[in-house]
Design a protein around this ligand. Structure first.
Ligand code: PEP
Length: 253
């Protein structure tokens, strides 16, 4: 059956010393709890701290993800980081198509598809973000918007490939705003995504894919969100920057 996953997206936050302190605190908290065997914690720090995070993680308490990857294989692309580089650093996951990358760096579903291909070719698992903006929800277009993103970013994959993918539903109006989707809104969209996957790949494959919720998830609302049958965990921004808050979400299952 599919995994429960709590992934922390640090975004462009923390100095080296602050990152070290957070990882240290997180490790000592994780050492104290026994997580269910089907639960996976992932930490996605900025690139310069990936090695430090991997050293802390030691493959036992959490796995490490990147926040971005190039859509190109290698070569003269100054400033880019390739999937092959991440593979060579033994990174397991990478966030793709975050709404901030779509909004500020012009990433499209075609970019997402190209990045997903790079990651899969190098054995990394993509965490693919989808979600509507406020105007789209107000116009009741959220289901169509997410369908287009899922189809455009992922439906070129075959069944074996799609099973390597984690999807994160992140309504853009809920990211960093303090506004959370209600448990019903999250479940409704997650069920919609799973039915799209089932329509393309069959129910058995769709049931293996973890679909995370992201958007102002915190210890106080995680339990209610995660209690939904199609919500398999969370992609956590702000609350992943404080060990106590992140732990409160990790232990919410
Ligand atoms: C995110 O950006 O992936 C996110 C969910 O952010 P926050 O938890 O801060 O809303």
């Amino acid at each position: 059956m599919r995994k429960h996953i709590v992934a922390g997206n640090w975004k462009m936050n923390l100095t080296f010393t602050e990152a070290d302190e957070l990882l240290d605190e997180l490790m000592s908290e994780l050492e104290k709890v026994e997580l269910p065997r089907d639960e996976q914690v992932i930490v996605c720090p900025p690139f310069p701290y990936i090695e430090m995070a991997s050293d802390y993680a030691n493959d036992s308490y959490f796995l490490v993800g990147a926040q971005n990857v190039s859509d190109k294989e290698k070569g003269a692309y100054t400033g880019e980081v390739s999937a092959e580089m991440l593979e060579s650093c033994e990174i397991d996951y990478c966030i793709v198509g975050h709404s901030e990358r779509r909004a500020y760096y012009g990433e499209t579903d075609a970019t997402v598809a190209a990045k997903v291909n790079q990651l899969l070719a190098h054995g990394l698992k993509p965490i693919v973000c989808v979600g509507e903006v406020l105007e789209e929800r107000e116009a009741n277009r959220q289901f169509d918007v997410v369908k287009t993103q899922v189809e455009g970013g992922l439906f070129h994959l075959d069944a074996e490939q799609i099973k390597q993918v984690i999807i994160a539903y992140e309504p853009v109006w809920a990211i960093g705003t303090g506004k959370t989707a209600t448990a019903d809104q999250a479940q409704e969209m997650h069920a919609h995504i799973r039915s799209l996957l089932a329509g393309k790949y069959g129910q058995e494959v769709a049931d293996e894919i973890s679909i995370l919720y992201g958007g102002s998830c915190k210890p106080s609302n995680a339990k209610e969100l995660f209690a939904n049958p199609d919500v398999d965990g969370g992609l956590i921004g702000g609350a992943s920057l404080k060990a106590a808050d992140f732990m409160g979400i990790i232990t919410a299952f």
